[in-house]
Design a protein around this ligand. Structure first.
Ligand SMILES: [Zn+2]
Length: 113
């Protein structure tokens, strides 16, 4: 499962940060999930629940903040938001191939104790 390896690395990063900060517990893990990252939030949650037991994040909540996809239109020299890979500029209807944001999946922040 794709999400399991993603969650595994996000979790390792979170645990490393928490340990470095001398935390005894992680309350909340926040992830930024791009609209086009291809990740299924339910699968990510499932992976989290499978990985968390026995770690500092055992009782942590997983929060996923969705990041909308943004494209760049060459013709208009402007950015626009879309939620599909085949995105047409709302002004000139040109299909943009320049994805600027929306594929990321990263650790946003941690709430620790
Ligand atoms: Zn345009």
């Amino acid at each position: 499962m794709h999400e399991l390896s993603i969650m595994d690395s996000a979790m390792n990063m979170a645990l490393a940060q928490a340990r470095e900060a001398g935390a005894t517990r992680i309350h909340e893990i926040r992830l930024r999930v791009g609209a086009l990252s291809g990740v299924v939030p339910e699968a990510l949650q499932f992976a989290f629940e499978a990985l968390a037991p026995g770690t500092l994040a055992e009782s942590a909540k997983l929060r996923m903040d969705s990041v909308p996809a943004r494209f760049w239109c060459e013709a208009c020299q402007a950015e626009f938001a879309a939620d599909d890979f085949l995105a047409a500029c709302p002004h000139c209807q040109t299909i943009s191939r320049h994805l600027r944001a929306g594929r990321e999946l990263e650790l946003a922040s941690l709430e620790i104790e």
